[in-house]
Design a protein around this ligand. Structure first.
Ligand code: HEM
Length: 425
């Protein structure tokens, strides 16, 4: 009789690294399994309705800025069935996801996750989700040629523990029999693409040798969460979770998510710029001198405010550059000054390239598109010869969009294969 191979937790995770392409996480497994992971809830229906409401469990710094969990896996999944899913497919998805709720505390010490559905998924039913602004992804500048993520489902797993995101992934899509002691149920789909990310001060510095392009002798600052040497995501420049929530129709309580994948050219970034020039191009012309080190001194707001085109052109002429955040602030505010997008981007070393997985949450995708189009600064380049498509134009010389995808993140009760009219029968 063949003896069944019973892997230890550590062997199992190592194997998952090998098959899953999650190499970036492997180095984090050294102490995996030694500290128990807090368990989830008995009744998942007691969890918050909004899948995107993470802030209540995230850590905050002394200024109230939220810190995302350290480790992330993004799963792009195609359903195994063609056409409309059946009730039993739906039940299987509901069961698979509820295993995660029961297995892991909804916190960075356990697991935080959300599940979204693409426009292509809804095409199975022949119509778009009712009341939701969810177009297919498209190129958002004249100088990018991204590939599009049109897989059915997008699952974002996040935890302070690499072993937890990997175990959750394996429980859904591997042969794993349990997740933190709870019997696993397989998700009825196939992972088309598995991407990994991380975000924590010190991690880019620690991983800078894993990627190409950082010039010899350059040290990414230890205090930085991002490869480009600054911190971002200040509370005052982020939308609230309430603001980005769809507020009527069958998907009330959900949100939309655009996810891009960007490559970074750090050789140019570190080669072209001193600290002041970095601040000017990333934040804005007014922030030079105000942003010290990685920017933690700014508190809970980057200092960037909405400026009209005339003011932006004047600044660009005077300073020979326009800032990344500076250009977008106007498009990223409503008439009352509310910020429109909630950015939850993380760094990545997938494929040995310094890159970024960039989820942005907002009530509708066209809001993201308008903010991203403002980043092109096309109207400023027309007025100012020194600012060109990719020259002195924020950080456009340093980032290259490889992929774009759009998803609806429905409210929790509709997270298992919803129909376009908002049923999950
Ligand atoms: C390597 C890539 C990127 C880096 C290093 C980066 C960094 C930053 C930094 C340092 C800020 C100012 C601080 C803050 O408000 O949090 C900022 C603001 C912002 N960034 Fe980025 N960013 C990147 C890519 C992008 C992309 C692709 C978008 C797409 C739309 C984007 C959208 C924004 C927005 C909307 C703001 C806030 C502007 C406002 O105040 O309204 N960023 N970013």
């Amino acid at each position: 009789m063949t003896q069944r191979y019973a892997p230890t937790r550590r062997h199992f995770l190592k194997a998952a690294v090998a098959v899953g392409g999650t190499a970036g996480l492997s180095a984090c497994l050294d102490f995996a399994g030694e500290v128990p992971v807090p368990a989830g809830v008995e009744d998942p229906s007691t969890l918050p309705r909004r899948q995107h409401a993470w802030n209540d469990v995230l850590e905050t710094d002394e200024h109230g800025n939220h810190a995302l969990p350290k480790h992330h896996i993004f799963l792009y999944v195609n359903l195994d069935v063609d056409g409309e899913p059946t009730d039993s497919d739906r039940q299987q998805v509901a069961d698979a996801l509820s295993v995660l709720d029961r297995a892991y505390e909804r916190s960075p010490a356990g697991l935080i996750f959300s599940v979204g559905y693409s426009p292509s998924y809804f095409q199975r039913y022949g119509s778009a989700p009712e009341g939701v602004d969810l177009p297919q992804p498209r190129a958002l500048s004249d100088f990018e040629q991204p590939d599009f993520d049109t897989q059915d489902v997008h699952i974002h797993l996040a935890s302070d523990r690499a072993d937890v995101v990997m175990e959750a992934d394996e429980a859904l899509f591997g042969d794993r029999e349990t997740a933190n002691g709870v019997d696993a149920v397989a998700f009825p789909g196939t992972v088309d693409s598995r991407r990994t990310g991380f975000i924590e001060p010190g991690m880019p510095a620690e991983k800078q040798d894993e990627v190409d392009g950082i010039p010899e002798g350059t040290q990414v600052p230890e205090a930085s969460k991002l490869f480009m040497g600054f911190n971002a995501g200040f509370a005052g420049n982020q939308a609230s979770e309430a603001f980005i929530t769809i507020d009527d129709g069958p998907f009330e309580g959900g949100t939309t998510k655009h996810v891009s994948r960007l490559h970074q050219r750090l050789d140019r970034w570190y080669g072209d710029n001193d600290h002041d020039s970095m601040v000017k191009k990333l934040f804005g012309t007014h922030q030079v001198g105000d942003v010290e080190g990685v920017g933690n001194n700014v508190g809970d707001h980057s200092g960037v405010v909405a400026e009209d085109l005339e003011a932006l052109v004047e600044q660009a002429r005077e300073h020979g550059a326009v800032g990344h955040a500076q250009k977008m602030a106007r498009a990223n505010r409503d008439e009352e000054g509310n910020v429109l997008t909630l950015r939850r981007h993380v760094e990545s070393t997938d494929d040995g390239v310094a890159s970024l997985h960039f989820p942005s949450l907002q009530r509708g995708i066209s809001t993201f598109e308008a903010v991203r189009e403002a980043m092109n600064g096309a109207d400023i380049t027309k007025e100012t010869p020194a600012i060109r498509q990719r020259v002195n134009n924020g950080i456009l010389r340093y980032i290259f969009v490889k992929r774009r995808g759009n998803f609806l993140v429905p409210p929790r009760e509709l997270r298992a294969l919803p129909t376009p009219d908002g049923e999950a029968p």
